[in-house]
Design a protein around this ligand. Structure first.
Ligand code: ADP
Length: 909
């Protein structure tokens, strides 16, 4: 028997003070036995008579009737005494009964407490059981994991045995599922227990109510008069009902506990069978296999360990040998690197030394002669000077100067000291091709062993991050302008390895604080001022310069200033070279404006000097042609063109000075424009590996949201200033023509001419949602690199083109040029179908007539080759990429004319 059932029976037995066969029957008898003495009290009916509620009622009525009859009786007094006696007897009985009930309640309470204790015990047992089940589940899941492990182990062990284990495992799984189902049952039992707990609480409350009712009944009884007895009986009946319901609740709780204990038995049995069979057998098997494995691993480990120890010994030995060799090698390599360093020091290093020397000279820390000797040593990349500099690092400036002066030895040089005075230099201050020429030619000349320096305005808007070691000198160079002397700060720094001076005027006009390079109302003033300070700087530095090279109208003032002002001051060692990059821009102004920078207007405003050939004004480019020793332009064809119409009025002057006039084709800076190293590209590539080219095309299409549906759809590029010279109307036409031919078009450009910019803004809007055309009306260096790399063709339909750089850049990036045959384009692009030209030179598509038909014929031919002869096209692309457009050849030509001019100067000295 379960302990819950025992608790129920015990409670019943205590109430009857005799053993009870069944709890329910026992409790019914309890109710009957309680009613029996009550009937005896009120009616005197035989105790064995059956009592019912209606019978009770009837008895109470007959008592009342007796009382009524007694009242009629004349011997009322006697009767009343009898009645009192009866009442006293009844009260005594009642008290006895209450005492019995109290005892019963106490017993019931004790039974309840025992039941509670047992319920707690049951709960604890249930918890313990739950834990056992959990452990059992864990074991089962371990068995599952071990089965996985076992399957791995088994792969290289006996297959047959494993099948048996598998079967056992299946059985285990079934058992586990069964256990899970049982667990659910336990959870349900838990819920029943919870209900039982609630019922027990109710029972508790009822018993407390019962006790209270009895206590109040006791006191009521003492006060009760005969008339109140009916109400009292009602209370007794309520009490009986309460006891009944309590007994029912106890009975239900006992039944639930019985069910729970049955379940517990089942779980115990299950656990025992499970532990006895599958788990232990399977575990033993696994342990056996694992032990075998561990043993073999241990054996292998010991073998490896032995091997490793002998290897370590060998290794330690070779380390000692290696260290010896290494220290020998280090010593030798240190020696060699010192020698190599002397030869291979970068231009940047020598440029810095030369700027240092110039700074000391200008700051009057060393004499002009010493500076000139040291400069020459730097220029010749003298090893002694290098060592003096390297060994003086960290020393005071004075010590460094002394060390340098010790090195200063007189010497001669076959190289030239060349100073470029310009308004632009790539990449620090770039507007167009001029900037590329200054750094490209400068670097090429430097490589050839010449001392090259650059003087630039210090623009507020320049790319300061492109300057290395920018610093202001502790000197102020005063320069003449408009009848006054103005101070100028001199900054130095290196750009692309070239030494550069930046002039910062302290003039109230804030000439280079305009947030743009050109296009100011006082450009003539700004650049005449700059030209004067540049010469003043050279003059004050005491340098013996061989060539002063000025460029375009902005620094064309240098030529007349040099010969009319500075040569008179004894600064006359140099020869002036003037390069006109574009005869469109000549610097024409009222004659008196020449006077700002100290030029003599009366002396220069003459037809054979600076007066413009068609207006009565002065022309700065004309002045430079007249006053320079060498005049160049940027391509041979353009040099021819400007001798006629292309000279924009200066053709006659050029004819007069034709002996000193030459056209030299520009090169491109092949370091900057190199697809195999270009950091702006998504993928670098070369002629022998064109994969990167298509990758860049795909990247640009994505970046500009162009269609990528047809990878082979040709992409036409155009990067230009949008000015009439560049054939703006043909560029516009090219957009529509490309669309018509089924290609894609990307334009990168901006215009200083308002109506052109507006027109292109309109076209850009029109194609905004077209996924084959994109117009980007801005200046963007990085994007220009991407477009060169991504495009298949590149259009340059210029009306005239002094040289043009973009056709060379595009070819280097494998984009075939489609150009008008003019100026430098005619010197660098040769039609693929022109049989009068050797095949190896043919590299693009050209047209002559500056109209739409001319352009269309060239573009259509290009498209035809691209689509119909992809192999021929690929060869063309590869050939274009291999053409040498470096500055080497051009720089050699400049070198030659410089040398001739310098030789004449020496002869004249
Ligand atoms: P220009 O007559 O302008 O000097 P060039 O062909 O000689 O023409 O040189 C133009 C140079 O300026 C090239 O290096 C070209 O890539 C660059 N360039 C022109 N327009 C832009 C632009 N919008 N964004 C970036 N680079 C440009």
């Amino acid at each position: 028997m379960s302990c819950s059932a025992a608790a129920g029976a015990e409670a019943a037995a205590l109430l009857f003070r005799s053993p009870a066969p069944s709890t329910i029957a026992g409790r019914r008898r309890l109710a009957v036995s309680r009613r029996t003495p009550r009937r005896n009290l009120r009616t005197g009916v035989q105790p064995h008579q059956k009592s019912t509620p209606s019978a009770n009622h009837h008895n109470r009525a007959s008592i009342q009737r007796e009382r009524a009859a007694a009242s009629i009786d004349k011997e009322q007094q006697q009767k009343s005494e009898d009645e009192n006696e009866l009442l006293n007897i009844q009260l005594e009985d009642l008290v006895g009964m209450i005492q019995n009930t109290q005892k019963n309640i106490l017993l019931l309470n004790q039974a309840r407490l025992q039941a509670l204790g047992r319920a707690d015990k049951i709960l604890k047992e249930k918890e313990a059981l739950q834990q056992k089940i959990n452990i059992l589940e864990m074991k089962l899941s371990e068995t599952g994991a071990q089965s996985v492990l076992s399957s791995e182990v088994k792969s290289d062990a006996e297959g047959l045995e494993f099948d048996v284990v598998k079967e056992e495992n299946e059985l285990l799984k079934d058992d586990m599922n069964f256990l899970k189902a049982k667990l659910i049952e336990i959870t349900e039992t838990e819920e029943s227990l919870f209900k039982l707990e609630k019922e027990r609480a109710l029972l508790d409350a009822s018993l407390r109510e019962l006790e209270c009712t009895f206590i109040s009944a006791q006191s009521d009884m003492l006060k009760l008069g005969p008339l109140q007895q009916d109400a009292w009986w009602e209370k007794v009946e309520n009490l009986e009902d309460l006891l009944d319901s309590t007994a029912n609740q106890v009975e239900r709780a006992a039944l639930t506990l019985d069910v729970y204990h049955d379940f517990q038995d089942k779980v115990e049995k299950l656990k025992a069978s499970l532990g006895a069979t599958n788990v232990s057998k399977f575990r033993l098997y696994l342990v056996d296999i694992l032990q075998q494995r561990v043993k073999s691993v241990e054996e292998r480990f010991q073998a490896c360990n032995h091997e490793m120890h002998s290897q370590i010994e060998l290794y330690e030995h070779s380390i000692v040998e290696f260290q010896d060799t290494l220290s020998k090698l280090i010593n030798e390599s240190e020696k060699k690197s010192m020698e190599h360093y002397a030869e291979g020091m970068p231009s940047e290093f020598w440029s810095r030394i030369s700027l240092l020397i110039d700074g000391w000279s200008l700051e009057k820390k060393i004499s002009i002669n010493d500076a000139s000797m040291l400069r020459e040593m730097a220029w010749k990349r003298d090893n002694c000077l290098r060592e003096a500099y390297l060994s003086s690092r960290g020393m005071e400036e004075r010590e460094l100067i002394d060390n340098f002066l010790k090195m200063a030895l007189p010497g001669t040089s076959s190289g030239l000291h060349i100073v470029h005075i310009a308004a632009e230099m790539a990449p620090v201050a770039k507007v167009g091709g001029l900037a590329d020429v200054i750094s490209g030619l400068g670097k090429a000349l430097q490589k050839k062993g010449h001392l090259v320096e650059i003087i630039l305005p210090k623009y507020d808007c320049m790319q300061h991050n492109q300057i290395n070691n920018l610093k202001v000198l502790d000197v102020v160079v005063k320069s003449y302008f408009e009848g006054n002397m103005f101070a100028n700060k001199i900054w130095t720094g290196t750009v692309e390895g070239l030494p550069v001076y930046f002039i910062e005027p302290q003039h109230p006009g804030k000439f280079f604080w305009r947030a743009q390079y050109y296009g100011e109302h006082d450009d003539f003033k700004r650049f005449s001022y700059f030209s004067r300070v540049a010469l003043e700087l050279l003059y004050q530095s005491g340098k013996k310069v061989d060539i002063i090279h000025c460029h375009d109208w902005q620094t064309a003032f240098v030529a007349p200033l040099y010969w009319d002002v500075y040569a008179n001051l004894g600064f006359n060692s140099a020869r002036i070279c003037f390069t006109c990059h574009n005869f469109e821009y000549q610097g024409v102004a009222p004659a008196q404006d020449l006077a700002y920078c100290g030029l003599d207007v009366d002396h220069l405003d003459r037809p054979d000097r600076m007066r413009d050939n068609s207006h009565g004004r002065i022309n700065v480019v004309k002045g430079a042609i007249v006053y320079s020793n060498i005049v160049t332009t940027v391509s041979p064809t353009y040099a021819q063109e400007v001798r006629s119409e292309g000279g924009r009025g200066l053709q006659d002057t050029l004819k007069v000075h034709s002996k000193k006039f030459v056209g030299i084709l520009n090169g491109i800076d092949t370091d900057t424009w190199n697809p195999s190293t270009d950091r702006f590209l998504k993928v670098q590539y070369s002629a022998n590996d064109l994969y990167g080219k298509s990758a860049n095309k795909a990247a640009l299409r994505k970046q500009l949201k162009l269609s990528s549906t047809h990878a082979s759809q040709p992409l036409v590029g155009c990067i230009t200033r949008l000015v009439p010279q560049k054939g703006v109307h043909l560029i516009r036409h090219a957009i529509y023509k490309t669309a018509e031919l089924g290609g894609q078009f990307v334009l990168l450009g901006s215009s200083p001419v308002q109506h052109i910019q507006r027109e292109f803004d309109g076209i850009a809007d029109q194609f905004q949602n077209n996924n084959n055309i994109r117009l980007l009306l801005k200046y963007d260096d990085a994007l220009s690199h991407m477009i060169f790399a991504a495009s298949d063709m590149f259009i340059i339909p210029s009306m005239f083109e002094p040289c043009g750089l973009t056709q060379m850049i595009s070819m280097r990036y494998g984009s075939v040029p489609v150009v008008r045959r003019t100026g430098g384009l005619n010197d660098s692009v040769f039609d693929f179908d022109d049989e009068t030209i050797p095949m190896e030179l043919r590299n693009g598509f050209t047209f002559l007539k500056a109209d739409e038909q001319g352009f269309d014929s060239a573009l259509e031919r290009a498209f035809n080759y691209y689509h119909r002869k992809p192999e021929v096209w690929k060869q063309l692309v590869q050939k274009d990429m291999k053409i040498d457009f470096s500055w080497d050849t051009s720089a050699s030509q400049y070198e030659e004319i410089y040398q001739r001019a310098a030789a004449r100067a020496r002869a004249a000295a």
